[in-house]
Design a binder for this molecule. Structure first.
Ligand SMILES: NC(=O)c1ccc[n+]([C@@H]2O[C@H](COP(=O)([O-])OP(=O)(O)OC[C@H]3O[C@@H](n4cnc5c(N)ncnc54)[C@H](OP(=O)(O)O)[C@@H]3O)[C@@H](O)[C@H]2O)c1
Length: 262
C-alpha cells in the first residue's frame, strides 16, 4: 500500500486553511491547496515543499462557481491517496438579511454548502473503499448562537454541522471520520474585507480570539478523539453553551454584534 497521505485543503491561501496546510505538511502530508489567489497558493506550496520535502500542488479555482468546484472534484477523483479533505473556504457578510445583496448571499450558499457537499461526495467513495480518511467541514460557533447580521452565514454553518453529524452516523464503522469544526473569532483575513470595513476587532473581548494555528491544531487533535462537532477554545465552548439558552441571548448579542454606524 502507498504510504503517502494527501490532504486537499480549500481556503488554503490564508487564515485557517493555510494553518491546516502548514500543520499537515509538517506532519508529512502531501497537500493540494485550493483557493482563487494562485500566487498566494504557489508561494505557500513552495514554502511547504522546501521546508518539509512533501509534494505540494496548487489548484486555483473559484469554488462559488460550478466550474471551479468541478475542477476540484476532478482533482479528487484522480487521487489514490486522499486521506483528508478540509473544506475551509468561506467568507462572511454584515448587515440585515432583508436589505442584503441577494447575489452575495447565494454566492455564500454556493461556497459554504454546495461546494462542501460536492467535495464530500467526491472524496467519500475512495475513502470508504480504503476504509480510512477524514473530512473536516469548517462551520462556526455562529451555528449555535443566533446573532443578527449573520443570517445566511449562520444558516450555512448550521447546515454544515447537521450535515457532518448525520454523515458520520451514516459512516459508522467505515473507518472514515467527519468533523464539523466550529471556531469562534479567529485572527485571519476574514474580517479584512470591504464588508467588514466597520468591524473593530478590539471591541470583541480578547479572550474570545484564537489564532488560526491554534484552531487547526485543536481540530487535528480532536479528530483523533472521535466526536463530530468540535468547538476550539474554552471561551468558545462557554459561548456556545450560553448561546443555546434563550436567557443569555441578549447578552451574547451585546458581546458579539457590532452596531453599524451609518
Ligand atoms: N475568522 C473567523 O473569525 C472565523 C470564525 C468562524 C468560522 N470561520 C470560517 O473559517 C473558514 C476560513 O476562514 P478564515 O477565517 O481563515 O478567513 P480568510 O483568512 O479570509 O480565509 C478564507 C479563505 O477562503 C478562500 N475563499 C473565499 N472565497 C472563495 C471562493 N469563492 N473560492 C475559493 N476559495 C475561496 C480564500 O481564498 P481566496 O480569496 O484566495 O479565494 C481564503 O483562502 C471560513 O469557512 C470561515 O467561515 C472563520
Amino acid at each position: 500500500m502507498d504510504a503517502r497521505r494527501t490532504a486537499l485543503i480549500t481556503g488554503a491561501s490564508s487564515g485557517i486553511g493555510a494553518a491546516f496546510a502548514r500543520r499537515l505538511a509538517a506532519g508529512g502530508y502531501d497537500v493540494v491547496l485550493v483557493a482563487r489567489r494562485a500566487e498566494r497558493l504557489a508561494a505557500l506550496a513552495g514554502e511547504l515543499h522546501e521546508r518539509h520535502a512533501i509534494q505540494a500542488q496548487v489548484l486555483a479555482a473559484d469554488l462559488a462557481a460550478a466550474a471551479g468546484v468541478a475542477q476540484a472534484e476532478a482533482a479528487i477523483a484522480g487521487m489514490e491517496t486522499l486521506d483528508l479533505l478540509v473544506n475551509a473556504a468561506g467568507f462572511g457578510t454584515s448587515g440585515r438579511f432583508a436589505r442584503a445583496d441577494l447575489a452575495r448571499q447565494l454566492e455564500m450558499i454556493q461556497l459554504h454548502v454546495v461546494a462542501a457537499v460536492r467535495l464530500c461526495r467526491a472524496a467519500l467513495p475512495g475513502m470508504v473503499a480504503r476504509g480510512r480518511g477524514a473530512i473536516i467541514n469548517v462551520a462556526s460557533v455562529i451555528a449555535f448562537v443566533p446573532t443578527p447580521g449573520n443570517v445566511t452565514y449562520a444558516g450555512t454553518k448550521g447546515f454544515l454541522v447537521a450535515f457532518s453529524e448525520t454523515l458520520q452516523a451514516e459512516l459508522a464503522g467505515s473507518g472514515v471520520r467527519i468533523q464539523a469544526l466550529c471556531p469562534g473569532f479567529t485572527y485571519s483575513e476574514f474580517h479584512d474585507t470591504a464588508e467588514y470595513q466597520r468591524f473593530n476587532r478590539k471591541r470583541i473581548p480578547g479572550a474570545l480570539w484564537m489564532t488560526a494555528d491554534d484552531v487547526a491544531a485543536g481540530s487535528l487533535r480532536a479528530l483523533g478523539r472521535g466526536g463530530v462537532t468540535y468547538v476550539p477554545g474554552l471561551a468558545n465552548r462557554v459561548l456556545v453553551a450560553l448561546g443555546r439558552r434563550r436567557l443569555f441571548q441578549p447578552l451574547m448579542r451585546r458581546v458579539l454584534v457590532q452596531k453599524r454606524r451609518k
